[in-house]
Write a protein that binds this ligand. Structure first.
Ligand SMILES: [Mg+2]
Length: 373
């Protein structure tokens, strides 16, 4: 018997429920596309109606499942760890350390242009209690600066683009903020892109007034929940609950849900200790990755090798795109086993830095060898 995370698409509310169920054989579920799970530990997508029929989940239980999902998305939670140790070694077998596999990764990229995509929170910076103080270290900034000298590099974050830029402060990078809905190329143009015009893309601008309105309402309604913090990411909103007493999570989720009832054009998703509200447009970090590859002139190229590093559920959209394209790979940053479409893993931002440094060293050596020939 295994645990499977089941993502339930609730088209009426736009909420994705993630429920952990025990299954002896995943084929008892009919998947949305009549396909088996994409990969070991991959998501199974099944229709909400089918799930409700199969599992006879009532409305109340559905809400509890959603709160449980808040717990499982916060893997440091004590109740989420008992099975973790048992599963750790088999998970590592399927998602080996990108540091240990470095040689194989380099071999796979031979003759191809590596393009780097980096999430920010939990990937370049540690997860901290105050999201406004999620600073990256000077060493990490220096590493990313060197990385961008050798490879096109983009930061892809759920945060507002300006905010993530203020954390990273490297003008030579591409930035995709608000889960990729707000994209901008390097301020001084890019050496990788033909022509001098900058890359600018904004999806869902028409939602901005609505998002602002919901932001104000959420700030007001969450005032009574100590530790809750609402962040306006311009194209989307975040309700951080990393500082909220777990006993209050359910109440907070209820408040957020009740505010969103009035806004069917917005949907609720979950990140790491954060509830996220965004427009119901089909745009995510995976779409941002495809847009950026296209902007860089790699749309239909076979000689591109995109590497995406992220720690969050929202990064899974990008991991899936890479699997579907059969190009490059995703690296999940996690100390705990998680369902993921990423190929490799790194445990924490310091390991991400080690990996990026090794990439830089490898490329620098390759250049030096080339210049000697
Ligand atoms: Mg993250």
């Amino acid at each position: 018997m295994t645990n499977q995370n089941v993502v339930v698409a609730d088209t009426s509310s736009g909420i994705n429920l993630a429920i952990t169920v025990h299954v002896t054989n995943s084929s008892i579920f009919t998947t949305a596309k009549q396909k088996p799970p994409a990969a070991p530990g991959g998501y199974i997508t099944i229709s909400r109606n089918k799930l409700l029929k199969n599992l006879e989940i009532s409305g109340g239980a559905r809400f509890n499942a959603w709160v449980n999902s808040m717990r499982t998305s916060s893997p440091t939670h004590v109740n989420s760890t008992p099975s973790v140790n048992d599963d750790q070694s088999s998970w590592i077998l399927h998602h080996p350390s990108a540091l240990e596999m470095f040689g194989q990764i380099i071999d796979a990229s031979k003759g191809k242009q590596i393009v780097m995509f980096l999430d920010y929170d939990g990937t370049l910076s540690p997860i901290v209690d105050d999201p406004d103080r999620a600073f990256m270290s000077k060493q990490m900034r220096a590493t990313v600066r060197k990385l961008a000298r050798f490879f096109p590099t983009a930061i892809v974050s759920g945060r507002c683009r300006d905010k993530v830029y203020n954390f990273v402060r490297l003008a030579e990078l591409y930035y995709a903020g608000s889960h990729g809905m707000d994209i901008k190329g390097p301020a001084k143009g890019s050496k990788y892109k033909k022509g001098s015009e900058g890359v600018v893309f904004q999806a869902g601008s028409e939602f901005l007034p609505m998002i602002d309105e919901v932001y104000k309402e959420l700030v007001e309604r969450t005032k009574t929940t100590p530790g809750a913090k609402v962040e306006n990411n311009k194209f989307c909103l975040s309700v951080h609950y990393r500082c909220v007493d777990e006993k209050k999570w359910s109440g907070l989720a209820q408040v957020v849900k009740s505010v969103l009832k009035e806004y069917p054009k917005l949907r609720l998703t979950q990140g790491r200790k954060v509830l996220e509200i965004r427009p119901t447009i089909k745009w995510d970090k995976g779409k941002a990755l495809e847009f950026l590859l296209e902007s860089l002139g790699f749309a239909n190229c076979t000689d591109v090798f995109p590497v995406y590093i992220g720690d969050d559920r929202t990064d899974e959209d990008a991991f899936k795109v890479l699997r579907e394209r059969g190009q490059g790979f995703g690296i999940l940053v996690s100390k705990f086993p998680k369902d993921t479409s990423a190929s490799y893993s790194l445990q924490e931002p310091t390991q991400v830095m080690d990996f990026l440094q090794r990439l830089v060293q490898w490329k620098r050596r390759a250049f030096q060898e080339q210049s000697r020939v």
